[in-house]
Design a protein around this ligand. Structure first.
Ligand code: PLP
Length: 440
C-alpha cells in the first residue's frame, strides 16, 4: 500500500471478493461497483451517516447507495412502516391502498405531475418515458446529452463516457454516439442524437434540422452523473420553448435530482416544467421503487392508447409503503433543509482546505449533491468535456486517500449528503480531507 495511505485493512473484503468471484461475475452485481479504491468493498451494516465493512472499518458514507438513502442508512420511520407491512403480503397482481397515497404525494410535490406510474428502477422508467413520447408524437428519435446516464439499456447506454477531446481539438456540436458496452445493439446510433449539454446553439441547430423526427429531449435538469453541473441561465427555459414549438416531449430524468435538489426535484429548483419526468433513488430511502410522472394527455396513453408499461414487481407493498414513509418524512422540508445546510458547510470547509493546502481542489454543486475535482480556479465547467479536462488522476488519488481514512464519496468524486449527517460528521470529514489533501 502507498505509504501516504492510513493503514485501513481491507483483507476481509479482498478474501470475500476472491471467493465471490467464483460464483458472482466479477464479485459484484452492478458493474458500477467494480470501479474505485481500494476494491469493491463488502459491507455488513449501515446506520445514519455510517457504514461498516466486513473488516470492521467504519466509514462516513457520502455514496449513500449512489444517492437513495436521503434520510441516512436504516431510517427508522421507513423501516418501521415496512416492517408493519410485511405481514400484509408482498404482491397481489392488484392494487394496494397505499398506491393512492404515494401517487397523491407525487402529484402534490412535483410540478409536472398530473398522472403517475410506478416501477422498480430508474432505467425502466426512462424506457417507459421514451416509449410513450414516441407514441405521443409519432416521431422516432431522441436527443440525449454527452456524459449523462439514463440506465443500462441498449438504446440509452450511449456517450455516457465518450472520448475526451485532445487539447485544442474542436469537436463537432453533434457528437458521434458512443456505444458504451460490448454486446450492445447499435440501435442508439439510429435513434439517439447526442449533444453537448448547456449548449443552446447546438440544440437549436439540431431541432431546426431534424425537429420533425425528434420525439423527446431526455436530460437531467442538472448534470449529476458527470460532476454536479447546473444548467446555464436560460438553458432549460430555451429547451422548454424549443420542445413546445416542435411538438417534442421534454423529459427530465430526475432519478438523482428528485427529492434531493428539492421536494419537487430540479424542475422546482430551476423553475422549468417538463412534460414527463422520472424519479427513483431518494424517493424511497433505499428501497427499490421508481416513478414516471407527467402531463395527463401523455400519461393516459398507457391506459387508453395501447402503450405498454408493465412489471410483475411494480407497486409491491413494501416498496410503496417505503416510498410513502420516505415522502412523509421529507414532507415538511426540514430534513432536506438540514441535509442541504450540512452539505453546504462541508463544501465551504473543503474549499477552505483547498486554499489552506494550496491544492487546486474545486467543489461545485449543491449541499445535497456536490462534486469535487481538481482544476485551476479559472477553469469553467459547463458540460462533460469541460469536466473531463480536470485532473482525473489527482481526483482518484484524493478519493483513495479518503477511503483509506474512512470517508467514502462515490467513486466518481460526487458527494451525496443525507439528513442524518451532522456537524460532527462534517468536522470529522474535514479532518480526514485535510490529511488526504496533504498526502497528495
Ligand atoms: N437516470 C439517472 C439520472 C441515473 O443516475 C440512473 C442511475 O444512476 C438511472 C437513470 C438508472 O436508474 P437505475 O439504476 O435505478 O436503473
Amino acid at each position: 500500500m502507498d505509504k501516504s495511505l492510513k493503514a485501513f485493512s481491507f483483507d476481509a473484503s479482498a478474501a470475500w471478493n476472491a471467493e465471490a468471484a467464483s460464483v458472482i461475475a466479477g464479485s459484484v452485481n452492478s458493474n458500477v461497483r467494480l470501479a474505485g479504491a481500494p476494491m469493491p468493498l463488502c459491507f455488513t451494516r449501515g446506520k445514519g451517516a455510517h457504514l461498516w465493512d466486513i473488516d470492521g472499518n467504519r466509514f462516513l458514507d457520502y455514496a449513500l447507495g449512489m444517492g437513495p438513502t436521503i434520510l441516512g442508512h436504516a431510517p427508522e420511520a421507513v423501516n418501521a412502516a415496512v416492517a408493519d407491512s410485511l405481514a400484509q403480503g408482498q404482491l397481489f397482481a392488484g392494487q394496494h391502498p397505499a398506491e393512492l397515497d404515494l401517487a397523491k404525494a407525487l402529484v402534490r410535490h412535483i410540478p409536472s405531475a398530473q398522472l403517475t406510474r410506478v416501477g422498480m428502477t430508474g432505467s425502466e422508467m426512462v424506457q417507459a418515458a421514451l416509449r410513450v413520447s414516441r407514441a405521443f408524437t409519432g416521431k422516432p428519435k431522441f436527443i440525449k446529452f454527452e456524459g449523462q446516464y439514463h440506465g443500462w439499456y441498449d438504446n440509452v447506454l450511449v456517450s455516457h463516457a465518450p472520448r475526451v477531446a485532445e487539447p485544442g481539438e474542436a469537436l463537432p456540436p453533434r457528437r458521434e454516439p458512443k456505444i458504451e458496452s460490448k454486446g450492445q445493439t447499435e440501435v442508439a446510433r439510429a435513434e439517439m442524437i447526442v449533444l453537448p449539454w448547456n449548449d443552446i446553439a447546438a440544440l437549436e441547430q439540431v431541432i431546426a434540422e431534424e425537429g420533425g423526427q425528434i420525439a423527446a429531449i431526455l436530460t437531467e435538469p442538472a448534470m449529476c452523473n458527470t460532476g454536479a453541473i447546473p444548467p446555464a441561465p436560460g438553458y432549460l427555459e430555451r429547451m422548454r420553448e424549443l420542445a413546445t414549438a416542435e411538438n417534442i416531449v421534454l423529459i427530465f430524468d430526475e432519478v438523482i435530482t428528485g427529492f434531493r435538489l428539492g421536494l419537487g426535484g430540479g424542475q422546482e429548483r430551476f423553475g422549468v416544467t417538463p412534460d414527463l419526468s422520472t424519479f427513483a433513488k431518494a424517493m424511497a430511502g433505499g428501497y427499490p421503487v421508481a416513478a414516471l410522472v407527467g402531463r395527463a394527455d401523455i400519461m393516459e396513453m398507457f391506459a387508453t392508447s395501447g402503450v405498454n408499461h408493465s412489471g410483475t414487481y411494480n407497486s409491491n407493498v413494501q416498496s410503496i409503503v417505503a416510498a410513502v414513509a420516505t415522502l412523509a418524512a421529507l414532507e415538511d422540508g426540514t430534513a432536506l433543509a438540514r441535509a442541504e445546510a450540512t452539505g453546504e458547510a462541508l463544501m465551504e470547509g473543503l474549499r477552505g482546505l483547498a486554499r489552506e493546502t494550496g491544492t487546486p481542489l474545486r467543489v461545485e454543486g449543491w449541499g445535497t449533491a456536490f462534486s469535487t475535482f481538481f482544476a485551476p480556479a479559472d477553469h469553467v465547467v459547463t458540460d462533460y468535456q469541460s469536466f473531463k479536462a480536470a485532473d482525473g488522476d489527482m481526483l482518484q488519488r484524493f478519493l483513495s486517500e479518503l477511503v483509506h481514512r474512512g470517508v467514502r464519496p462515490t467513486n466518481r468524486g460526487t458527494w451525496f449528503v443525507s439528513s442524518a449527517h451532522d456537524e460532527e460528521d462534517v468536522a470529522e470529514t474535514l479532518e480526514v480531507a485535510r490529511e488526504a489533501l496533504t498526502a497528495l
